[in-house]
Design a binder for this molecule. Sequence first.
Ligand code: CA
Length: 460
Amino acid sequence: MARNGLIGRAVRRLGLLAGFAGVSLVSACGAGGEAGMATPAGPEPGQPIQAIQVAATARLPAEAACPPAGRDFGRWLSEFRDRAVAAGVAPAVAARALAGLTPDPEVVRRDRHQPEFTRAMWDYISTAVSASRVARGRALLTRHRQVLDAITARFGVPGSVIVAIFGLETDYGGFTGGFSLVRSLATLGFSGRRRGFGCVQLFHALRLIERNDLAPSALTGSWAGATGLTQFIPSSLARYGVDFDQDGRIDIWRSHADAFASTANHLVRAGWRAGAPWGLEVVLPSGFDWRMAAPDQTRPVADWAWLGVRPAADGARLPPPDLAARVEVPAGHRGPAFLVTDNFQAILGYNNATSYALAVGLLSDRFGGAGSPRLGASAHAGGVVRPWPTDERPLKRAERLLLQRRLDALGYAVGAIDGIIGRRTRAAVRTFQDDVGLPADGFASSSLLTRLGSATSGTP
Ligand code: CA
């Protein structure tokens, strides 16, 4: 899902229809896109894309637009409607879209759900980069070749990456979500853990309905508010949406051109560099200092090469030496290692999960084409050379909580003890590993939990 840190960041919104007076963003995001080739399915390079213009007068409501939580959904809804109208939504649109709504119990259930089990990275990758998905993606690349080439010329994002995101987000349009977006967002805005998010997205959903003259019931998506072929939340769509087929509206539900270009635009705005790879699988030198695999250890590819980092696949080459990159070991030091660039970070800007960004990169590689690593005969899930450590058992929720409590008891800052192994918990794991002489890969394994158990014996 295309998430970004928009909430509460009062900036600007992009017009969904042509005709807003404002500043063209094309020059700001056309890096590498001036290839001089014909663009049969989109605007010529150098020409403004009419629809991505800043609406100078639009006001973005901050979380303050969220009415206080109460017991009465109807009262909350009418207060939200008044605030949305005050912030510029047409009264008739707000009234029509919000009339007769009730909270969706399924959305409440999913918002509260905390999974007991998590999937192992290799299981996720194996499904995400399945042979069927690779084959269907290749066929789509051929079918949409013309428009994808035009989008690459404009935005500098390869068609293979866009189609990989399309595959990961909705299985190529087969699963775009059947929840009413307005009802889901109103439910989230009324109660639960994501009230601010729900309110801001509900406001943007109302603007979307108004500008595109949509029937509110036609706006469907995931329970968490993402919609369309490549799954945008309404604020991201308002910000990054592109009318690439130039029919006057941004239609990421039916127009592949609009959905693909909007995704490319999102990646560019998250820092995508034209011509650079997302990363590649590498072999780390023996005696590698695992502290250098921490997320803040970014350095030029030339430095990694000097340290002895080598491509894992036959015939693969490291990215250009001056490109910034970091080492990622998503399944710990016993699994495959990757050297990832700023483009990997841009994919994380689309959906902030390492497993997701890695799946997008590996899937795009599997589509083939110039520069893609060739698969060895013994490739493992996702086409990687080094086996995944499939004997590692993913920790259950109770164990993840225990791991956090044990680290906390030893004085390592894990952030909230919530059973989620996020950035801070991984950093705490890394520090603990380093302190006791283990490879500091930040990987929360069952053996680490046992080791923490003996370190905390006698501690409550
Ligand atoms: Ca369009």
